[in-house]
Ligand binder design. Structure first.
Ligand code: AP5
Length: 216
């Protein structure tokens, strides 16, 4: 199974990657998480990407494509956050070709602008293990505390209203041509992602012949 997850900031890519990887026991490659980890570690890569991320801009293609190349091997994967434009899609195609690999589908999680603002402004993440919550939709059992590791829940720097707006503009600029790219190759599947996480998960797996599944 090799799937690419596309969608606006807040469309639920990270949430679905977690559900899909737990369920199918395959690897999730979340570029945003990898980059945030590098920033946290103060690594040379982290130093290069920090400002772009804080401002809600895309990190230059040549930096992120190296990260993707390193992370793809012949195992199955669910790729979240890459590609974000046609040039990255072409690069991904050449990385996969060089490794004699292909992918099944590019799943686009379709959400309204209002929905993504609500989701991003209410998102909280664990400072320690990175688990993802929402103050209303997916609250932790104890306010501000991670269910999994007891770590503190915080708001991501790029979930502040002015940065959310910038990320939305960046996304819209690139998205139509990226969708066309996969539509022309007969790889694009559009899923209504305004619904609850379980329903979105069901709508994704319906596209693959893996039988009936539940994320609960
Ligand atoms: P990244 O971390 O990938 O951010 P993003 O694409 O903007 O997506 P998000 O993580 O914000 O949202 P999501 O779709 O994963 O939603 P989530 O599941 O968390 O990238 C960050 C930055 O890294 C970029 O801005 C850029 O600088 C850089 N970068 C990354 N990739 C790059 C690339 N390819 N090229 C260049 N630069 C790159 O859900 C959001 C909230 O909603 C959560 O609180 C969740 O609990 C809740 N929620 C989710 N689904 C549902 C549901 N169905 N119902 C109710 N609530 C839900």
């Amino acid at each position: 199974m090799r799937i690419i997850l596309l969608g606006a900031p807040g469309s639920g890519k990270g949430t679905q990657v977690k559900i899909l990887t737990d369920h199918f026991k395959i690897r999730g490659i979340s570029l945003g998480d990898i980059l945030r980890q590098e920033v946290k570690r103060n690594s040379p890569l982290g130093g290069k990407v920090k400002e772009y991320m804080q401002e809600g801009l895309l990190v230059p293609d040549e930096i992120v494509s190296l990260v993707i190349e390193e992370n793809i091997n012949n195992e199955g994967f669910i790729l979240d956050g890459y590609p974000r434009n046609v040039s990255q899609a072409e690069k991904l195609e050449s990385i996969l070709n060089n490794k004699n690999l292909s992918f099944d589908k590019a799943i686009y999680l379709d959400v309204s602008e209002n929905m993504l603002i609500t989701r991003l402004s209410g998102r909280r993440v664990c400072k320690v293990c990175n688990a993802n919550y929402h103050v209303k939709n997916m609250p932790s059992k104890r306010e501000g505390i991670c269910n999994i590791c007891g770590g503190e829940l915080i708001q991501r720097n790029d979930d502040k209203p002015e940065v959310i707006k910038k990320r939305w503009v960046v996304f819209q600029k690139e998205n139509a041509s990226l969708m066309d790219y996969y539509r022309q190759r007969d790889k694009l599947v559009i899923v209504d992602a305004n619904k609850e996480a379980e329903e979105v998960f069901q709508a994704i797996v319906k596209n693959f012949n893996y039988g009936k599944h539940s994320c609960l």
